[in-house]
Ligand binder design. Sequence first.
Ligand code: HAM
Length: 432
Amino acid sequence: MKDILPEQTVRWQWLEQQFRSIVERYGYWEVRTPLLEATELFEREIGETTDVVEKEMYSFERHDDRLTVRPEGTAGTARAFVQGKVMNLQPITRWYYIGPMFRAERPAKGRYRQFHQAGCEIYGDEGPLCDAELIAMCAKILKALGVGDVAIHVNSLGSGGIRERYRDALHAFLLPHREALSEDSQRRLHTNPLRVLDSKSKQDQEVVAEAPSVLELLEPEDTEHFEGLKRHLDALGVDYVVDDRLVRGLDYYTRTLFELKTTTDELGAQSTLIGGGRYDNMVQNLGHKKGVPAIGFAMGLERILALAGETGELPGPSCYFVPMTEPAQVRALVLAERLRDAGIYCEVDGRGTSVKSMMRRADSMNSRVCLLLGEDELAADKITVKDLAAGEQEEVAQDQLLLAVRARLRTSAPNVDAKPAPKAEKGAGTDD
Ligand code: HAM
């Protein structure tokens, strides 16, 4: 779990803003659900034999309630959708969320115990058109964030009982190879053989290379759905690979599954930036009579920030007040409020130290304009405006300060009041 210090939050806010501005163009609106949910929600929806539920949830009991700090956003969002009877309002609902998730995983580069996701969920559209649109939107988001070298993997897990049939087929295939599997996979063979497919162990990968493909088990309607997805992705010009070994670590998926992975090795084994898929049964499981089809994705913000670019720094103040006497400090406070009301970022140095040390701080903060207020200026109702970028200074009447500052800010280098896209910060949110 990490602190995100202000030098880094600039970058986080930029990422979140990019995400919001893209998804809102597709009609997604923000939902905010509690960090705590009933443990049973995750056990039932994510699946008791998944790694997340088996070993990674932060769960506790309080006043006879079994609670869990959310390990992901899909189950809680679907609960909110059902509980709020949102399906009675609109046939299609598009929601997004941004926030922290918690999994007691072994920490590694790109893998944390508190991490952040931005995700989208659509309820009420069976696809496959909306599945393709969602995947294309994911590609667009990564592109806007400057994350290149990404591969899009797609697969289908079918509907109805195909997941169970595939589970049996895999079990039957893997059983004779039991001895060749890693210890973890030998255990999973009985509890959740699908998990063997995305094992990172080389010995497991050699065995599963020959395993049957889920695509061979699909019913005609599932195959048609998957073909539709591919057709629409082609029409949108989205490059993808069909990856019939992609099963993902959560049990709620049906039909479309997808992941966007970095093809660079910067994140080691944690190469998946975005994961998602269809979960047509969840809304019904949660108590809605007829059920509502759904699909969504979530992206790992730490991983994306780690790939999104170079150093960032906090923008400096536009105006830095250097008051030299106590009455000048009071005057500076009043003048600074006026500038702030006009949208200008100001700081007042009220330490009462030497002009030299106040100027040093103005400089080190990358301030654009220094405003010096001494006894003489105060007596004449004036203030000295020192343009640090241009190396010029002038004395102006205090009631003309806003005009003078605005003129200076227009001509010198832009900073926070001009809202530039912050530079990327190398390794944001990582140890390195
Ligand atoms: P997930 O694959 O478990 O899916 O997580 C989605 C993304 O969150 C991952 O691809 C990764 O980028 C990031 N992530 C997961 N765990 C960690 C971690 N410990 N540290 C850093 N980043 C991590 C879900 O959570 C589904 N709810 C996605 C979804 C939405 N499916 C349908 N709708």
